[in-house]
Design a binder for this molecule. Structure first.
Ligand code: 13P
Length: 327
């Protein structure tokens, strides 16, 4: 493993005031997003859309890297990004499937053949990869320990393979915000998930300065009665991370996970505002998908051949989140 190279790439990915653009929706997810704007999900339209995002002028001032889906990388968009100084990355998991004997829970797949795929992605110019695990909260019964353990183990095996191939792994254990659970319950589950994840990463020998955590924030469930306010979310998220994320991890970037654009920005802003310089061992930034793209997607749907309005929306959100990384 080339530790120096991994650390240099990881440091570049999380260097403020930049974050990471998640534009790695699978064809299925992209099709669902296009349905909301009445655009047919053809390969050509998906390319047009991703080109619109990648060619937004000045995006490189706010974004250090972009996560792509296999199809998008092969459409040449990785090169477009790299030419403007944005590191292309690749989603390598093959999706969250039903976890056997555990109704309502998922295990992320994609380890088979991963070593060869990673080698090819490195040759195609990627600097990093992403793997997303999903953890569902339901009452007092879910998640099970079996689900947390299996997903943490898969994330660690993926991360080790990435580092062997010279790619920085983004490890993403997303605790879903679906449901009516309290913020306290989210704290407990996020804590258990992160603790298990870092134990597994250590066991597999993963080099943490060359590894980036993509975390979900500690939030009340989407349907909870009294949802915690911005300050509480920021405090609880930072507390949970400090307790569970080793200081030598390269950095933490957040997913938006269904938060509104403004919520996602406000939460990140509050966390960075309340942390004195030097107070946190790692940078806190963003790796949003929906919270960066949704207003741009709507604008693009008005006229898919006129990209300027959509790019303006993307840049507006990218700048707001970039500003939120600095206190
Ligand atoms: P959201 O910000 O839309 O949750 O997407 C981030 C992501 O990459 C999920 O894997």
């Amino acid at each position: 493993m080339d530790k120096d190279k991994l650390k240099a790439t990881a440091d570049q990915m999380v260097a403020k005031p930049k974050g990471i653009l998640a534009m790695d929706e699978s064809t299925g997810t992209c099709t669902k997003r296009f349905e909301t704007i009445g655009v047919e999900s053809t390969e050509e339209n998906r390319k047009k859309y991703r080109e619109m995002l990648a060619t937004a002028e000045g995006l490189e001032n706010y974004v250090s890297g972009a996560i792509l889906f296999d199809e998008t990388l092969r459409q040449g968009i990785g090169k477009t990004l790299a030419d403007k100084g944005i590191i292309p990355g690749i989603k390598v998991d093959t999706g969250a499937k039903e976890l056997a004997l555990h109704e309502g829970e998922k295990i992320t797949e994609g380890l088979d053949g991963l070593r060869d795929r990673l080698k090819e992605y490195a040759e195609l110019g990627c600097g990093f990869a992403k793997w997303r695990a999903v953890i569902t909260i339901k009452g007092d019964t879910l998640p099970t320990e079996a689900c947390i353990d299996a997903n943490a183990h898969a994330l660690a095996r993926y991360a080790a393979l990435c580092q062997e191939a010279g790619l920085v792994p983004i490890v993403e254990p997303e605790v879903l915000m679906d449901g009516d659970h309290s913020i306290e319950r989210c704290y407990k589950i996020t804590s258990e998930t992160l603790e298990e994840l870092f134990e597994e990463l250590e066991e597999q020998g993963v080099y943490l300065p060359g590894c980036v955590l993509k975390a979900s924030m500690v939030l009340s469930g989407k349907d909870a009665q009294d949802r915690a306010d911005v300050k509480t979310v920021a405090e609880q998220t930072v507390k949970c991370l400090k307790e569970n994320v080793p200081a030598d991890c390269a950095g933490v970037v957040f997913l938006s996970g269904g938060q509104s654009n403004e919520e996602a920005t406000d939460h990140l802003n509050e966390m960075n505002k309340m942390s004195e310089a030097g107070d946190l061992p790692w940078p806190l930034s963003f790796s949003y998908g929906r919270a960066l793209q949704s207003s741009a997607l709507t604008a693009w749907g008005e006229n898919i051949d006129d990209v300027s309005a959509a790019q303006e929306k993307l840049l507006e959100r990218a700048k707001a989140n970039s500003d939120a990384t600095i206190n």
